[in-house]
Design a protein around this ligand. Structure first.
Ligand SMILES: [Zn+2]
Length: 342
């Protein structure tokens, strides 16, 4: 049990978002206590309270939960405890430390070089999209043909042949630095291992200069892991070049995976994919501060952690974001839209 002040200093807009209240850009929503056309329930973010100019209801964070959920005072505190415990207890410091540690180790990872960019570009230019891979993207994941072409998605069928060709062109050392070859030591004998060994779809990641700075692979078979990242190379943001087309105040969706980002993008939602909250470089936050940020997490435990982590990172930078909750029956943004396009 925490002090009442602890609950009432939780950011009220985030609590309201969490309760699925749709809040407009002037921090108003239609009152949930009565029917109305125009929003008269207003949130004061500076003083952290809410007030409805229609019916006069209002109050603190706890009052909002009591009224919205029909809870008693104790139940409202318990609900806040359950859902927002990490804002108040000591875990917050431990969690910070964990993020810090992950961040430090990722700095040690090789930062991509100009040679890497040339290699990634060469790979994409030397690949095509097979019928099988197209079928997976188009029929199963419902991605549109023009989007698949525009994003230069390709696949590799004969990985051994492809790597042989790549070694001839670039040499082993450069491919190791680019995270495409792993060297395993087996009784003092070096063994080269290609990171892709069966049919994989390759997604190129473009940066704001429209250069390819990362590649992520998705296996077509059901073998695990489904997604293969480059070895020892800092993962990047997917679809980052979209920022070139946005202006301050525009909406930007942030989701967990490449395919979700593409799905939102093809339905005209500006979106980028992040490589998981632990691979999220804190310096990236400043790229997003000027947009209206919507987090679209997957409907699973990892998604909840992702949303919490992103929410916290943005809040530490004084930025309020909106969490989008998909219907419980849909597992992610791709599943949500694929369902409607059937
Ligand atoms: Zn009201």
């Amino acid at each position: 049990m925490h002090k009442i002040e602890d609950y009432n200093t939780l950011p009220i807009l985030n609590i309201a978002n969490y309760l699925n209240l749709f809040i407009n850009t002037s921090n108003k929503t239609t009152c949930f206590l009565h029917k109305e056309k125009n929003p008269s329930l207003s949130f004061n973010t500076a003083l952290n309270y809410w007030h409805c100019f229609g019916c006069g209801a209002g109050g603190t964070v706890i009052d909002l939960v009591i009224k919205y959920k029909g809870y008693s005072f104790i139940q409202a505190c318990q609900w806040l405890d359950k859902n927002f415990a990490k804002f108040n207890n000591n875990d917050i410091q431990n969690k910070n430390r964990n993020i810090e540690n992950k961040f430090n180790t990722s700095i040690e990872k090789k930062i991509y070089t100009n040679t890497n960019k040339k290699i990634y570009k060469w790979i994409i230019n030397n690949l095509k999209l097979s019928d099988e891979a197209f079928k997976y993207l188009n029929k199963q994941r419902k991605l549109k043909t023009n989007i698949i072409e525009q994003l230069k998605i390709a696949d590799i069928k004969q990985t051994d042949t492809f790597f042989k060709k790549a070694i001839e062109r670039w040499g082993i050392k450069k491919l190791v630095n680019a995270g495409l070859i792993k060297i395993d030591r087996d009784n003092d004998r070096k063994k080269l291992r290609f990171i892709w060994r069966d049919n994989v779809i390759i997604f190129p990641f473009y940066d704001e200069q429209e250069e390819i700075v990362y590649l992520q692979a998705r296996r077509i078979s059901n073998l695990q892991p489904k997604y293969i990242n480059l070895y020892n190379v800092q993962p990047q943001l997917y679809n980052l070049n979209i920022l070139n087309r946005l202006k301050a105040g525009d909406r930007l969706c942030i989701c967990e995976g490449v395919i979700d980002a593409i799905t939102l993008y093809q339905y005209n939602y500006n979106s980028i994919g992040v490589p998981g909250v632990f691979n999220f470089n804190k310096n990236w936050i400043e790229k997003f501060i000027k947009y209206q940020i919507y987090i679209v997490p997957d409907n699973d435990i990892a998604g909840i952690n992702f949303a919490d982590g992103m929410n916290k990172l943005f809040m530490e930078n004084g930025k309020l974001i909106t969490l989008i909750k998909l219907p419980i029956s849909r597992k992610d943004a791709n599943d949500y839209f694929a369902h409607f396009s059937n």
